[in-house]
Write a protein that binds this ligand. Sequence first.
Ligand SMILES: NC(=O)c1ccc[n+]([C@@H]2O[C@H](COP(=O)([O-])OP(=O)(O)OC[C@H]3O[C@@H](n4cnc5c(N)ncnc54)[C@H](OP(=O)(O)O)[C@@H]3O)[C@@H](O)[C@H]2O)c1
Length: 336
Amino acid sequence: MRVFELRQATGIDSLTLTERADPRPGPGQVLVRMRAASLNYRDLIVVTGGMGPGLPLPLIPLSDGAGEVVEVGAGVKRVKPGDRVAGTFFQRWVTGPITDEAAATALGGAIDGVLAELVVFEEDGVVHVPEHLGWEEAACLPCAALTAWNAMFESGAVRPGEVLLTQGTGGVSVFALQFARLAGATVIATTSSDAKAERLRALGAAEVINYRTTAEWSKPARAFTAGRGVDHVIEVGGAGTFEQSLRAVRRGGTVSFIGRVAGAGEFNPNWIFIKSVRVQGIYVGSREMFENMNRAIAASGLRPVVDRVFAFEEAREALRYLESGAHFGKVAIRFA
Ligand SMILES: NC(=O)c1ccc[n+]([C@@H]2O[C@H](COP(=O)([O-])OP(=O)(O)OC[C@H]3O[C@@H](n4cnc5c(N)ncnc54)[C@H](OP(=O)(O)O)[C@@H]3O)[C@@H](O)[C@H]2O)c1
């Protein structure tokens, strides 16, 4: 089978297309022929060495993919050949709170990922994907969608009528906007691009603020809520946006701390106690959360926003496109 291997984590060009022997599923495992994968900002961190020296090299990158079960190992009950499945980001986080053991099973980081024509998953590490989704759409769910879902409905509790603030137009934020609209919540979104602002409005954002031209975007966000502040922030910027998020959130509101796309920055942590803000760290989610999310996606007919699809052989180009930040929503890879 063909795979992409990261032999040194020194950048996108260090990804090498190569051959490995076709894998076979052991007891309790399933073999999946991959149909599509999707990219996450985290994949850029992995290939550029941002995970530190602990990365097991050579590594097959990428956490998110969907495909068809072609063979099951002894004792497998949850799936059968022909089933359409996606791998779970953590191969051994089925339910309950995350553990060290679960965290050590992250695809495309701690262990080999999905940028391979055939992948062996744990039986517990796959979910059936909603029937109405195509392969590229299904491949968007394991990390970005589940992270937004966990923040809003598992660890968090976004309710109809509440106001949610999203940052930028990457995978996590666009899913958060879509889920908020499903739940009857109002969305204030930030972006650096006027063209993307239009797309955010078309997806149902009630207010869009350009964070480049309005550095203190917490002010218009608060003004939109008549001075009260937003109920929930999907914090994908990290340290560079946290100060504005703490100013934008209402007293007693929630900030889901998810990412770090905005780089370094200074913030005053005292806002957290002064305003009784609940800051929750989110690390993707469990299989049970994934299945909860898939029920909502199936019931609502929600379709992930796939910006662009690249061929398997173009994985490096796909990562460069993600790196450019030109995308809106998700970037996917289609297998032959
Ligand atoms: N904790 C977890 O479990 C988890 C899971 C998934 C992702 N993450 C993290 O969450 C972050 C987002 O991931 P992703 O895959 O959704 O990223 P992505 O698709 O690559 O999105 C990148 C987008 O971030 C926006 N952005 C950049 N700087 C910004 C700023 N200063 N303020 C607001 N938006 C800014 C840009 O949007 P515009 O072009 O609209 O400006 C850019 O297009 C990453 O740090 C990732 O590592 C964490």
